[in-house]
Design a protein around this ligand. Structure first.
Ligand code: SAM
Length: 331
């Protein structure tokens, strides 16, 4: 019998099992929406490319539907990180069934505190300019978690640490459809926002397909986007993540106004007018453009211009317009 034929996974729990085991009504408040359609979970995993013999981390496996689709492709190692311990028994069944083929590790805990360097310690570290390493992160997480997480991971990508210590580790993640559309929005697309630019400065992003809300149990009010991220060989910027994030946050803070208005908020009141204009002149960007019309190259130049001004005027470095006003909304 071939290795492929020998893989026998236990059946997915039915909707009724899920209701009974995990009390779906309660789960709804935690934004736990499950995919029980194997064709869709196969399609998600297909977006990750050929993962056979690779090292995979699945974030938020829940009862394990995407996990099954991953296991069918026989990765060398699969680490699942799940916050909710109620899924442990179901995941353990999968672990047992896949043991001859895949080193299946279950981590019960928050992905934000998971140490990828321990999970992937056996992987040879690829140079950043080489092809991506044989590692892939896959996850269908609650929407609020996935947006927060991608920002956190972009920061790690910019520093080439954590899962990116091994090279340009790609990701396949789900988002609320509108967020997926924003992530890939190019200049002149009205949906373009701070998140779009943050993602595109460091990664090649692709909107793969839409999963209709009705495919989930319980059904969310929105459709879902599957988006892939491959870190760029040559990111648009090579500056501290926090500096870039600050420049974008301020410029997008007044998205309906000329970019100059938001740009000026990078500076304390007494230097605002002078340095606001200087920022755009130094970067060679038209300050009468709207934030969403600024290209990735232009944003990169604005970040470098701001960095230059910080060196010239050290008193602006710690100035934070937010401390008096606005929220920290990435969208
Ligand atoms: N992947 C499964 C599917 O597609 O059917 C479950 C999806 S459900 C939307 C999200 C899962 O992520 C839940 O099982 C939830 O407990 C888990 N989760 C939420 N926040 C998490 C976190 N910070 N770390 C790890 N898992 C998390």
């Amino acid at each position: 019998m071939s290795a492929v034929n020998a893989l026998r996974l236990p059946p997915l729990p039915s909707v009724r099992d899920l209701v009974r085991l995990y009390k779906l009504r309660a789960i709804k408040q935690l934004s736990q929406n499950f995919l029980l359609d194997e064709r869709i979970t196969d399609k998600i995993v297909k977006c990750a490319g050929n993962i056979r013999n690779q090292y995979i981390c699945e974030v938020g496996p829940g009862p394990g539907s995407i996990t099954r689709s991953i296991l069918k492709r026989q990765p060398k190692k699969l680490i699942v990180v799940e916050k909710d311990p109620r899924f442990l028994p179901t995941l353990e069944l999968l672990q047992e069934a896949s043991s001859p083929h895949t080193d299946f590790i279950i981590e019960i805990g928050d992905i934000r505190s998971y140490n990828f360097v321990v999970g992937f310690e056996k992987v040879y570290k690829h140079d950043w300019l080489e092809l991506p390493p044989p590692i892939h992160l896959i996850g269908n997480l609650p929407f609020n978690v996935s947006t927060n997480l991608i920002i956190r991971w972009l920061s790690s990508i910019s520093e080439k640490k954590s899962a990116w210590l091994y090279g340009r580790t790609p990701l396949t993640l789900t988002f609320q459809k509108e967020v997926g559309e924003r992530i890939i929005a190019s200049d002149s697309d009205k949906q373009r926002c701070r998140l779009s630019v943050m993602c595109q400065l460091w990664c090649d992003v692709e909107y793969k397909f839409t999963i209709p809300g009705k495919a989930f149990v319980p059904k969310p009010d929105v459709d879902v986007a599957v988006v892939t991220f491959v870190p760029k060989r040559y990111p648009f910027v090579n500056l501290p993540f926090k500096l870039v994030e600050k420049v974008l946050r301020n410029i997008f803070n007044m998205r309906q106004k000329y970019a100059l208005r938001g740009g000026e908020t990078l500076f304390p009141e007494k230097l605002r007018e002078q340095l606001g204009t200087q920022l755009f002149v130094l970067a060679d960007v038209d300050y009468e453009t709207r934030p969403f019309q600024i290209t990735n190259e232009e944003f990169s130049r604005l970040c470098y211009a701001y960095d230059t001004l910080c060196k010239e005027y050290p008193e602006i470095v710690n100035f934070d317009f937010r401390s008096t006003k606005c929220t920290d909304d990435v969208l």
